[in-house]
Design a protein around this ligand. Sequence first.
Ligand SMILES: Nc1ncnc2c1ncn2[C@@H]1O[C@H](COP(=O)(O)OP(=O)(O)O)[C@@H](O)[C@H]1O
Ligand SMILES: O=P(O)(O)OC[C@H](O)CO
Length: 498
Amino acid sequence: MDTGYLLSLDQGTTSTRALAVSPDQTVLASAQKPLEQHYPHSGWVEHDAEDIWQAVVHVLSDVVSCMADRGLKPLALGITNQRETTILWERGTGTPLARAIVWQDRRTAPICVRLGRDKGVEATVTRKTGLVLDPYFSATKLAWLLDDEAGPGLRASAERGDLCFGTVESYLAYRLTGGGAHVSDAANASRTMLLDIRDVDWSDDLLRLFGIPCSILPDVVDNTETVGVIADGLPAAGTPIAGLIGDQQAAAIGQGCIHPGMIKSTYGTGCFVLQNTGDDLLYSQHKLLSTIAYKTPGGVAYAMEGSIFNAGTVVQWFRDQIGLIASAQDSEDMVAALDGTGGVYMVPAFTGLGAPHWDPDARGLITGLSRATTAAEIVRAGLESVVYQTADLFDLLQRDGTPRPETVRIDGGMAANGWFARFLADICDVPVERPASIETTALGAALAAGVGIGLWPDLAAATAGWRQEAAFSPAMSSEKRGHLLAGWQAALRQCLAR
Ligand SMILES: Nc1ncnc2c1ncn2[C@@H]1O[C@H](COP(=O)(O)OP(=O)(O)O)[C@@H](O)[C@H]1O
Ligand SMILES: O=P(O)(O)OC[C@H](O)CO
């Protein structure tokens, strides 16, 4: 096997990370930079795409120079990213022309409501894209940037061919190759609401529906395809960019969920449950999403996905907004000794509710408060709410006919919380596994790039070394589980009934 390492770039919602991964899948070095969030209006979430670029150069440069000191060179770069976040930049220079509209942003809810009045339109969108008509996805964000009165009005430049559109991996590949590659991978492209996921190509009908000129679109590539090399003057210049993949699909690969039926749940800013359905494109009867897990020369693999918009943000809110905890770790220490929440439930609909409700206007609530309620009980209710939402998604997956998983593999920042992992196993009544490598998302991108340069023949070979670090078995009585879930459903109804 080649000496050298795989370079992985993980551009997430709250931070940008670079990792050096050895061919035996050990993390050799890493660097991270937090990303500033902008909330210009209620329900709006933006990132400065130039900040993202500067952070990328910074973390890549740190890792590459640290590895150079050890005499090692990058073999290939894999890029993984927050999905759906929408960027428009100037063709040629790569200069962003507006703030990136982040996946959590709800400003385009009125566009979705208008289009959704025609039930035929909604059904067509779902059949072609596997998605539901919701502001979460890129299409309406892009339409807003081009045409909305409150937006930057970029339609004329787009029609002149001066603009490029892309999600984050596309923007980074463009800038890293010095404008040489305007591409998006199949997994990321499947989240734009412009791709027909049956033939993995942009849909003319959808482009017409959302008013998107095809001149601004990237070319769609496989997830293990070499799209170009890093341009001169940048860190790791000359390195092939050999894997692009959205972060939830990357986590599925990093977790070795490459066989039909396998399931992973990632707890970062949001929580995303993906169950691999192989070459079967299944459509949900319960508003779960059908999406491309990955496309390789071996074909397309699909997944069913449930998206929870707020997971780690609950912990951040306790820490940064209302000061109930000093650090994320405190959330575990504080709740572990409690018997329960004393009847308190929280529904953390800070930016609306995702699957299966798709309610952009829902807002959070805390119920069941009494004079005896403690801060610890409220924190526990927050952690529990993420578990209950996961349980709802597992239930719907099975009602949609997917096999009951033998185990669920978890990752992301919140998965570090042992109490949370145990409660998840109890409430979902399924064994929960945590992997030895907690950098699952970045690892998935590194493995995709490794397959891209032929280090492994395919994803099955690349992921064969997956190892478990900890396992949590369900131990709660079904009576207690039923009681807790009934309380959750009552709180959820209150939230949805406003
Ligand atoms: N011990 C912990 N218990 C609960 N939540 C935690 C813990 N450690 C980190 N988190 C949460 O995990 C999230 C960060 O996870 P990460 O996977 O890095 O997110 P992202 O990729 O979305 O930026 C933060 O929201 C943080 O509050
Ligand atoms: O940045 P993360 O890890 O919360 O992931 C964001 C998702 O890709 C949004 O779909």
